[in-house]
Unconditional design. Sequence first.
Length: 100
Amino acid sequence: MKKRVLLDTPDLLFRSKLKAVVAAADAELSRDEVASDLVVIELGDARAVERIGQLVERGIPVLAYGAHVRPELLRAARDAGAVAVPNSQVEARLRDLLTS
């Protein structure tokens, strides 16, 4: 069964790059977070961290990414239960999560 990935990012450049990683891993995109095996969230503000906590509570794994100059958001995402990486590492980490 293919892994289903929800991409939650308003940034079209990152969305395009992440879609390519999902396709290369023979996974598929999802629009339903409940039916997803992984949710990828861009850390834009504190609301993203709240959402991460809600997803993790429901047992949905989360990969969060954000600017390296905002370490407090990356730390908060980790504390909420996500795998959190800077923008420069999100493609590689997503690839790792989908192929392991």
